[in-house]
Ligand binder design. Sequence first.
Ligand SMILES: [Zn+2]
Length: 165
Amino acid sequence: MGIPSLCMAPHPALRVVARPVDAFADEVRRLARDLIETMHAHEGIGLAAPQIGRDTQVFVANPSQRRGGELVVVNPVLRGARGRASVVEGCLSVPNVWGRVRRAAAVRLEGRDLAGKPLVIEAEGLLAVVLQHEFDHLQGRLFIDRLPWFQRWRAEARLRLAACA
Ligand SMILES: [Zn+2]
């Protein structure tokens, strides 16, 4: 089985609001496995389903990049957001663009695991940033949307040029 290919901005799949999972069947487990393998293949620390062209509310996160440390989150909701963080972010779907993004420093994320059981994650530091970044993907948002307008404009122009090349 091959590694799914990544959708690159401005691919329309990255702008879709993903649909919640209602059946916790094999298909969701296969999707999670695809996300984990694709994330590792590209040495990422997180990956969301729209990035491999699937409009399903599933993402994986793994700030340590250690095999076996992957967190799989289904149907996430961000609740308690506290404090402020400002971290330079990049994205596997937005090549060669980095920017400092303002986020909450700590979040509480509620969702489901692959078996459909409730999952609650209290996170701070890099994990909190990754959870917010991946959650955004499921809403059709990219980190460049949160950059100051001039940086965003410059990034989008560069992406459009790359897409035509
Ligand atoms: Zn991303």
